[in-house]
Design a protein around this ligand. Structure first.
Ligand code: SAH
Ligand code: SF4
Ligand code: F3S
Length: 441
């Protein structure tokens, strides 16, 4: 029996692609192996969003050469966002010629055929074809990471072309799945015991299917599905978020009171150069409106520091908007120039030391706010969907609140009885990135 292992580098979309790839490999008879260095077939599902993702990938890729020597059957496959760029494909072909199969983000369904061709012909396989008309999601049988929660694609690709971002080039043009196909998939998931779904798209707010259904229509339809208790989505774009969607926080009982709303910068000048199509005033208006409909909502964000031309004043505006919104959590990134994006050609790139100093100041502020916000939970009882036991100690479990707070808690129950269940947890300790507590019955 041959074994497979998948290394996933990217976002939830990549994670879900890996689940689909695992499903296809298992249908071919491959058995999962946790350790890639012991597997007969390895898939590297890559990310290219920032430069350090690139570097990590090439480092690991180099190390796989020795596997070919020790195991003549060994097969190495590379997919995800890296090989979508011609310069990367060139490098793979030139410097890493032992890679057996390379396939693009829109060619995932072809993997079984590529493996067969590789075995039969002995030829290396390369399949990077864009604008593949077949969205094959409905034919996929993913091996999901958790039995009780699932990732569900609603759109593919991105049309936004934020000037720093590589994603529109690696994932192609935006396409929405039909509402009825998404609903059908979630009905099947519910029948399979899934209680929480995360609807995925680079910009979920621009979801529109060919029958005219909007993202709000989709949320309302998913809210009607029996067996589903929690609905989440990722990622919102302040430009496209609609009032109708925001109203769903009140009208749809299963919609979690949590939103990831990337701001990227607090400066209007920078936002314009990023091609984000909103200004700080509009962003703050949206946050106000969301909080009016869901006063207990938790809000997280993404922020880029050191975008070309960012002045001290611009950066101060970012600190200011963070103080005003008081985010529950934030993903903060130092700007990383991506070849092929407009911002990489902007002349006023910011020196590394300035970026790092600003980054440290921002992280300090954000961590302080996160800690303050988490302190408000002390003594409260919250509902937690238990993901399973935490590896370190017995009878300690972890899970997420409706607001996506990570909770580590103790319970007398066995893992089989508690994993996948929503339980009440009293919060006894609060930290910057998590809460601690004990189950109360
Ligand atoms: N579609 C989502 C996520 C895109 S990638 C969105 O629009 O928010 C996730 C985050 O990575 C982005 O929100 C951005 O903050 C960050 N990012 C993207 N490109 C980057 C770059 N070139 N340098 C630094 N951070 C970047
Ligand atoms: Fe990138 Fe902007 Fe699209 Fe998000 S919306 S994936 S940041 S181009
Ligand atoms: Fe990375 Fe591609 Fe996702 S670049 S963040 S894996 S869409």
């Amino acid at each position: 029996m041959s074994t497979y292992s998948i290394i996933t580098y990217g976002c939830q979309m990549n994670e879900h692609d890996s689940e689909n790839i695992a499903g296809m490999l298992e249908a071919l008879g491959y058995i999962h192996e946790e350790d890639p260095w012991s597997a007969d077939l390895v898939v590297m599902n890559t990310c290219s969003v920032r430069e350090n993702a690139d570097k990590r990938f090439f480092g690991v890729l180099g190390q796989f050469k020795k596997m070919k020597k020790s195991n003549p059957e060994f097969m190495l496959c590379v997919c995800g966002c890296m090989p979508q760029q011609p310069r990367i494909i060139e490098q793979i072909n030139k410097r890493f010629s032992w890679v057996d199969i390379v396939f693009g983000t829109q060619n995932i369904a072809r993997l079984p055929e590529l493996i067969e061709a590789r075995k039969e012909t002995g030829q290396k396989q390369r399949a990077i074809v864009d604008n593949n008309p077949n969205i094959t999601e409905d034919e996929m049988h993913p091996v999901r990471m958790h039995p009780h929660k699932a990732l569900v694609n609603i759109t593919f690709g991105c049309n936004n072309f934020c000037t720093y971002c590589i994603v529109p080039y690696t994932r192609g043009r935006e396409k929405s799945r039909l509402l009825r196909d998404v609903v059908c998939e979630i009905e099947k998931l519910a029948a399979d015991g899934v209680r929480e779904v995360m609807l995925l798209g680079q910009n979920v707010d621009s979801y529109k299917d060919t029958l005219g259904n909007s993202f709000a229509d989709l949320i309302k339809a998913v809210n009607e599905i029996d067996g589903i208790d929690r609905i989440r989505f990722m990622t919102s774009h302040p430009r496209d978020i609609s009032d109708e969607m925001i109203e769903c926080f009140r009208s749809c009982s299963k919609l979690c009171h949590n939103i990831h709303l990337p701001v990227q910068s607090g400066s209007d000048r920078v936002l314009k150069r990023m091609n984000r199509h909103y200004d700080r005033e509009r962003y703050l208006e949206i946050v106000d409106k969301i909080r009016r409909f869901a006063p207990d909502i938790t809000i997280s964000t993404d922020i880029i520091v050191g975008f070309p031309g960012e002045t001290e004043e611009d950066f101060e505006e970012t600190l200011d908007i963070a103080r005003r919104v008081r985010y529950d959590s934030a993903f903060t990134f130092i700007y990383s120039a991506r070849e092929g994006t407009p911002a990489a050609k902007f002349e006023d790139q910011i020196p590394d030391d300035v970026c790092h100093k600003r980054f440290d100041r921002l992280v300090e502020l954000m961590d302080g706010i996160s800690l303050e916000k988490n302190r408000e939970y002390k003594g409260r009882v919250v509902e937690v969907l238990c993901d399973g036991s935490s590896k370190n100690s017995p009878n300690t479990y972890s899970g997420r609140t409706d607001g996506f707070k990570l909770v580590n808690f103790t319970s007398d129950k066995n893992e089989e009885d508690i994993a996948g269940e929503i339980v009440n947890v009293e919060i006894t300790e609060t930290k910057t990135f998590s809460l601690e507590g004990r189950e109360v019955v």
